[in-house]
Design a protein around this ligand. Sequence first.
Ligand SMILES: *Cc1c(COP(=O)(O)O)cnc(C)c1O
Length: 386
Amino acid sequence: MTHQHTSDPHHFETRAIHAGNTADPLTGAVVPPIYQVSTYKQDGVGGLRGGYEYSRSANPTRTALEENLAALEGGRRGLAFASGLAAEDCLLRTLLAPGDHVVIPNDAYGGTFRLFAKVVSRWGVDFSVADTSDPAAVQAALTPRTKAIWVETPSNPLLNITDIAQLAGIARSAGVRLVVDNTFASPYLQQPLALGADVVVHSTTKYMGGHSDVVGGALIVDDAELADELAYHQNAMGAVAGPFDAWLVLRGIKTLAVRMDRHSENATRITEMLTSHPRVSKVLYPGLPEHPGHEVAAKQMKAFGGMISFQVKDGEEAAVAVCDRAKLFTLGESLGGVESLIEHPGRMTHASAAGSALEVPSDLVRLSVGIESADDLLADLQQALG
Ligand SMILES: *Cc1c(COP(=O)(O)O)cnc(C)c1O
């Protein structure tokens, strides 16, 4: 098994299709088979074929995905997990010990916040909430016990933008690690390791898988020592991606570049409609020139992605009604699939942040804009807004 891909000379679109996807040595199958197996015949005691001994430790389908993930994020090593939160849990238990402290964003994925607030905190790990789009606020939140700064950009669901390169500078001078949750952008739109981050986190459930048919997570790092520590914990804790789930993510990634282009184009057309709609008070999308993070997003992202949030003029009940009336936009949690989704974060994805510093506005609606016809999507939203 090799995990070295920092030298892959190909462009992103090519790496997405070919990295890790070598033809099956036995049959020549051009797609890596689903190695639905737990254990491997040894050629004499300890005589492992290709390093495989037990599928929690390594499985060839998962290896294919992990090599692909490393190549796409430009890291030395990728690790695939059963979910995004399983990846986060492995990362936190690898990096932190009781007494340590983490700076987390005031606008994080609800499940990430819950992991810190309800789970990790019980093990003596402390955290502070900061507006990570404001470098001074992050600097002020650092303590001598801080081990990591956690960033989500664009953030969920407020689409705030954090300057990754700037925070990497702050993290480096403080001697702490910068973790970037790159789920919303995907490596096609944004490359955190190249901007100075130490760890990239993904919920591969979202854009990487891209078809709303799998739950998965990933960590990608370039530091060899950290890679080994994470791989050790991945095996020791065991929340790995199963072979079929790994295969589905690997399959989804092949079209990531074309999908992200279309998600971004469709989202741009929808924001044009929403910004001039009389029932919409505010549109949150980093592609809009008036978005406070627009310049940073334009600098660190290739396009602005498929996620849009907006506030409805008449308040919470009106926002809920828009979600209920949408037809083509399916009412549901999650995001990043080819089909468009709509949701009310306050009552759905971010309900667990109610009453905390991460509570979201009650009149907020979040869209995951799919890759259907933009005309059909616009018509559906217009009828839903009434
Ligand atoms: C969904 C999501 C997660 C959690 O991933 P799961 O696969 O649901 O465990 C983490 N971060 C972000 C930004 C997400 O959208």
